[in-house]
Write a protein that binds this ligand. Structure first.
Ligand SMILES: *Cc1c(COP(=O)(O)O)cnc(C)c1O
Length: 371
C-alpha cells in the first residue's frame, strides 16, 4: 500500500461515505444516549417506545408526502425480510421484475423460488442502465428498484399498472434521498440504514389502499404465511404503533431522529436537495478529471444518492480505496460483483455536501500521487 498522507485541511469533517450502512449523525446518537434509561432497555409494548414508533411513522408519512389513505407499516427483517413477506402476502400469482443490479435481481430470485407463485417475468438491462418501465400484462405486481445501490442507477417511479396491479418499489437506498411521486407507487418499501441514516434490521413500507386490500385479501385466502412474515399482522400492529415481535429500539429511535431533522428543515425537497448538491459536485469532478468518469452514461439514470465512478488504468481503484481508508475515508470500494475498476460513493442526505467537496480534493491529492 503506497504511503500517502492526505493533509488534514483537505479531509472531510466526517469520513463515512459508504452505501450501507451509511453515516449516522453524531447528533442522533447523542439524542439516543440522552434516552439511555427511559427508552433503551424498556418494553416495546409501553408508551415511551410506542410514542417513538408513532413519531417515526407519522414523520415518514409527512416526509414522503403520503397521499390520502396511504399508511406506513413496519416490521423486522430489513428489506430482504420484506421481499419474503411480499412473496407470501402481496404477490397473488405472478409478478414482473425489472432487473438492473444486485438488489432487483435478488427479489426476483426470491419470488422464483416460491412454490405457490408462478415463475415471474423479468426484464433486464446491461449494468449501468435500467430497462424501460412499461405496462406488463398477465401479472399482478410490477417490481423495480428506485435506486440500484449496487450500480448507481436510479429509475424515477411512474405508474404503468393497469387494473388492480400493484406497483412495488424497493426504495431502500432512495427513501428520503430522492424526490418521487408517492401516487406512482403502491408499496414503497425500504430499510432505514441507507438514506435515513439509521441502523439496520427494520423494514418500513408506504402502502396504498390497493396494497392494503391485497394484503387483507391474501391473508384471508387460506394461503400458508409464516407468522413473522405476515403483512396483515404487520399492518394490525403498525396501526397500534407496535411491531409483531421486538424491534431494534435504537434503529426506531435513530430513524425518527433523521426524519424529524429532514422535516424540520423543509422535508423531502431539502433532504433530496442535499444529495443532489453532492451528486452535482462529484459527477462534475469525475467528468472533469483525466483519470475518472461516471460509470452511468445516461445522465437521467445517474443516481443522486450513490455515485459509481470508473477510473482509467493509471489508477487502481482498490489501491485508491485502501489509501483513502488509511486516511479515515471509509467504505468507498466498488461493488465487488460488478468487477470494475471503480469506487462507489454514498451521497446520502446526512452527508454534508461540503464533505463531498472535500472528498473530491482528497481524490485529486491521492490520484496525483498514485498515477
Ligand atoms: C441494501 C439494500 C437492500 C437490502 O437491505 P437489507 O436491509 O440489508 O435487507 C435491498 N434493496 C436495496 C436497493 C438496497 O440498497
Amino acid at each position: 500500500m503506497p504511503d500517502v498522507t492526505i493533509p488534514a485541511d483537505l479531509l472531510p469533517a466526517d469520513g463515512r461515505f459508504g452505501s450501507g450502512p451509511t453515516k449516522v449523525r453524531p447528533e442522533a446518537l447523542e439524542a439516543l444516549a440522552r434516552r439511555a434509561t427511559d427508552f433503551m432497555g424498556t418494553s416495546h409494548r409501553q408508551m415511551p417506545v410506542k410514542l417513538v414508533v408513532a413519531e417515526m411513522r407519522n414523520g415518514i408519512a409527512e416526509l414522503l408526502r403520503a397521499p390520502d389513505g396511504y399508511e406506513i407499516i413496519c416490521g423486522n427483517g430489513g428489506s430482504t425480510g420484506f421481499w419474503d413477506a411480499a412473496v407470501f402476502g402481496l404477490i397473488e400469482n405472478k409478478s414482473h421484475h425489472l432487473s438492473f443490479g444486485e438488489f432487483g435481481s435478488k427479489f426476483g430470485k426470491a419470488v422464483s423460488m416460491a412454490p405457490h407463485l408462478e415463475e415471474p417475468s423479468v426484464s433486464a438491462s446491461d449494468m449501468g442502465t435500467h430497462p424501460p418501465l412499461e405496462p406488463v400484462h398477465g401479472v399482478d405486481a410490477i417490481c423495480y428498484t428506485h435506486n440500484e445501490t449496487s450500480t448507481g442507477v436510479m429509475l424515477d417511479p411512474a405508474r404503468v399498472s393497469t387494473g388492480d396491479q400493484l406497483m412495488m418499489v424497493d426504495a431502500t437506498s432512495a427513501a428520503g434521498g430522492l424526490m418521487f411521486d408517492a401516487n406512482a407507487t403502491d408499496v414503497y418499501y425500504f430499510a432505514p440504514q441507507k438514506a435515513l441514516a439509521s441502523d439496520g434490521g427494520l423494514w418500513i413500507a408506504l402502502v396504498s389502499p390497493a396494497a392494503v386490500e391485497r394484503i387483507e385479501q391474501i391473508a384471508a385466502s387460506g394461503r400458508y404465511i409464516p407468522p413473522s412474515l405476515n403483512l396483515k399482522t404487520a399492518l394490525d400492529n403498525s396501526r397500534k404503533d407496535q411491531t409483531y415481535n421486538t424491534p431494534a429500539l435504537a434503529t426506531v429511535f435513530l430513524t425518527a431522529q433523521t426524519v424529524n431533522w429532514f422535516n424540520e428543515n423543509g422535508g423531502l425537497s431539502w433532504s433530496a436537495g442535499r444529495s443532489a448538491t453532492s451528486a452535482e459536485t462529484l459527477y462534475s469532478w469525475a467528468s472533469a478529471s483525466d483519470a475518472a468518469e461516471p460509470f452511468v452514461q445516461i445522465e437521467s439514470q445517474r443516481s443522486k444518492v450513490v455515485a459509481t465512478i470508473d477510473f482509467d488504468e493509471s489508477i487502481d481503484a482498490d489501491t485508491l480505496d485502501g489509501v483513502l481508508r488509511a486516511n479515515g475515508i471509509l467504505d468507498v470500494n466498488g461493488y465487488r460483483k460488478l468487477g470494475r475498476n471503480q469506487l462507489r460513493i454514498g451521497m446520502f442526505p446526512a452527508i454534508d455536501p461540503a464533505d463531498t467537496r472535500a472528498l473530491t480534493a482528497c481524490l485529486d491529492y491521492c490520484i496525483e500521487r498514485l498515477g
